[in-house]
Design a protein around this ligand. Structure first.
Ligand code: NAD
Ligand code: DAU
Length: 335
């Protein structure tokens, strides 16, 4: 029986991945998660106890990581500080978790010779112009903009160095923006959905023209499992589902799907250093490993996500007040 050590498995994408693994394989999963403000045991509720075990702990805790890696067949590394706005306000936890935490895991994978898959982001490539005909590929130069994306870029480079210098059996994936159930309400789509459900207006940064390339978290999960099973050691794979949308269009869709006037939103102060556009060319993953996304209709996926937030207020309500207090503070202090 294969046992995966899944770091950050109580967060948004990690918990979607654990559900996918339980449904699609006979693997067992040990989740290592610090349960920061972004993680919750509730995101793993209902999963079978004989297949999934949650260990609360820090990926930078070398003794704990060493013990858990020893008992696993492979490590799938999702854990990170993940929110750009938080990284502009207080970068330190991003360095500690994304850089030192990844280093700690790599050292354990090296010592115990374990297969390692590193989850990363398209933000390492920086921004594209709105009219750029090119999209990101595996050979696009790194050019990160924020403290968050620069620490993710640093962690990717650590993985590459541990492959080359120490022979660690690692792969890397860089994915575009995810949406779906269990996403923290600090993030764009859940923040606007839960605002509307509470009778508040969505908040669009700047002009709302910024473009993100949306993929359902379940499709990200199936792509990661594909790479874990069939990816070539030392390779990077970009994950995306051709889902480019500007933020204004997404907000208008949320308003329309909830029966509200599509202009019932506010334009607010922009995020400093705000990347204009991300877009992924996932040809390598599709052609070399045969992966395809299941969610091809963004509007249908968004409607199902809105229903999930409508049905699961107990899961998100505790975080909502804190997030909105943070965002309501003076913009010069917010970032
Ligand atoms: P998230 O913030 O929802 O979850 C992160 C999880 O990591 C939480 O459960 C948190 O408790 C845990 N964690 C944080 N610090 C830890 C530490 N020191 N030790 C152990 N656990 C710790 O994040 P997410 O959106 O699910 O992102 C998961 C991964 O996917 C990240 O590596 C992120 O960079 C990457 N990613 C995210 C997106 C996206 O759209 N959200 C897109 C591409 C890549
Ligand atoms: O591209 C992948 C990345 O996507 C991941 O690496 C990150 O972990 C993830 O958080 C996400 O980063 P973004 O910065 O793109 O996501 P966020 O949800 O913060 O914002 C999405 C877009 O919406 C962005 O253009 C900023 C805008 N925005 C965000 C919030 C929270 C708003 O207009 N209003 C908001 O209230």
């Amino acid at each position: 029986m294969t046992t995966l050590l899944v770091t950050g498995g109580a967060g948004f994408i990690g918990s979607n991945f654990v559900r996918h693994v339980v449904g699609d394989t006979d693997y067992s999963v040990v989740v290592l998660d610090k349960l920061t403000y972004a993680g919750s045991a509730g995101s793993l509720a209902g999963l079978p106890g004989n297949r999934v075990r949650l260990v609360q702990g820090d990926i930078a805790d070398a003794a704990l990581v060493d013990r858990l890696c020893d008992g696993a067949d492979a490590i799938v590394h999702f854990a990170a500080e993940s929110h750009n706005d938080n990284s502009l306000y207080d970068p330190r936890p991003f360095l500690e978790t994304n850089i030192v935490g990844t280093y700690t895991l790599l050292e354990a994978a090296r010592k115990h010779d374990k297969r390692f898959h590193h989850i990363s982001t398209d933000e390492v490539y920086g921004e594209l112009e709105l009219d750029d005909p090119e999209r990101f590929t595996e050979t696009t130069p790194y050019n990160p903009s924020s403290p968050y994306s620069s620490t993710k870029a640093g962690s990717d480079l650590l993985v590459r160095a541990w492959v080359r210098s120490f022979g660690v059996r690692a792969t890397i994936s860089n994915c575009s923006n995810n949406y779906g159930p269990y996403q923290h309400v600090e993030k764009f789509i859940p923040r606007q959905i839960t605002n509307v459900l509470r009778g508040a207006r969505p908040q669009l940064y700047g002009t709302g023209q910024n473009v993100r390339d949306w993929i359902h978290a379940e499709d990200h999960a199936s792509a990661v499992l594909t790479i874990l099973d069939a990816g070539v050691i030392g390779e990077t794979y970009l994950i995306g589902a051709d889902g480019e949308k500007d933020n204004k269009t997404v907000v208008e869709l949320i308003l329309a799907l909830t029966g509200n006037p599509t202009d019932a939103y506010d334009l607010v102060a922009d995020r400093p250093g705000h990347d204009m556009r991300y877009a992924i060319d996932a040809t390598k993953l599709r052609t070399e490993l045969g992966w395809t996304p299941r969610y091809r209709n963004f509007e249908a996926g968004l409607a199902a996500t809105i229903e999930w937030y409508r049905d699961n207020e107990d899961w998100w309500a505790p975080a909502k007040e804190r997030v909105e207090a943070f965002y309501a503070s003076d913009p010069t202090r917010r970032f």
